[in-house]
Design a binder for this molecule. Structure first.
Ligand SMILES: Nc1ncnc2c1ncn2[C@@H]1O[C@H](COP(=O)(O)OP(=O)(O)OP(=O)(O)O)[C@@H](O)[C@H]1O
Length: 259
């Protein structure tokens, strides 16, 4: 299996059918190493389905999903991919440090103590290390989830709507942490339906109705649409109705028009 240079994730021609819905319809996506890629789109556009496909837990109808040079879901990726779900994924009746030690052992991290200290550092939760997870604030709980996903130094971190329900200050601080993680060379894929978070990403993939509506840097999308906010850019792209750029150039055959 070849690995596209600089790409942690390479999705080609992905089609997924869930129930009677075509959740993804011929999607091509790359996620770059050492950068934050934002996966944006309204509710039901296919963000979670794409994330599930990248994690290798989604039955696909056509196409390929390659993660760090391996087919999505391969055993080789177990320690390589960190995933932060929308729901809390740590044990409420354990302390922060107990949770992290437990997950580090499950992952088979060689030096559990050192790795737990490292991730506590990244998410700035040293003070809460002995606190029961159930008693943490919403923002602190999000940080424990993130810390658990960072154990074992993954090369790809996938976050599904990580800032939902957080106040603007906490959101800002969490995005700062994502930038720090990306700066270490890790590929960070963040889904969000909050368009104003788009400016915090290095690359954007806009999904609509199971298709890629557009992709590019935030600045490129604003210039292309002649707008000054991600939300307006998204609406302008919906009106234009097709993917007008990105790595492959126009792909009206595959990515548009969006329905
Ligand atoms: N288990 C399922 N059975 C049938 N259809 C499903 C199932 N899960 C998702 N879908 C449909 O697939 C489409 C894509 O859903 P998906 O959850 O990927 O969207 P999303 O962009 O993540 O939405 P949200 O922002 O609301 O989480 C939607 O039309 C949804 O109704």
């Amino acid at each position: 299996m070849t690995r596209t240079s600089g790409s942690a994730v390479d999705v080609r021609g992905l089609r997924v059918v869930r129930g009677s819905t075509t959740a993804l319809d011929g999607v091509d996506v790359r996620v770059a190493e050492g950068a934050i890629t934002g996966l944006l789109g309204p509710s039901g556009s296919g963000k979670t389905t794409l994330i599930r496909s990248i994690l290798g837990v989604q039955v696909t109808a056509a196409g390929s999903v390659t993660v760090l040079g391996h087919p999505a879901g391969s055993g080789a990726l177990r320690r390589e991919v960190g995933y932060v779900t929308q729901a809390p994924s740590v044990y409420p009746d354990l302390t922060v440090a107990e949770n992290l030690r437990y997950f580090a052992r499950v992952l088979g991290v060689p030096d559990v103590r050192a790795d737990v200290e490292r991730v506590l550092d990244v998410v700035d939760l040293h003070e809460q290390r002995r606190q029961l997870t159930a008693t943490l604030s919403g923002g602190q709980a999000s940080r424990v989830n993130l810390a658990a996903a960072l154990l074992g130094t993954p090369h790809l971190v996938v976050l599904d709507e990580p800032t939902v329900g957080l106040d603007p200050v906490l959101r800002d601080s969490l995005w700062g942490t994502f930038s720090e993680i990306a700066a270490t060379g890790t590929a960070v894929l963040v889904s969000s339906h909050v368009m104003d978070e788009a400016v915090r990403c290095d690359h954007l993939i806009l999904l609509r109705a199971g298709r890629v509506l557009a992709r590019g840097t935030p600045a490129e999308l604003l210039i292309r649409t002649g707008t000054d906010s991600a939300e307006q850019a998204f609406l302008a792209l919906v009106r234009q109705g097709h993917d007008t750029g990105g790595r492959d150039g126009p792909r009206p055959d595959r990515d548009g028009p969006a329905s």
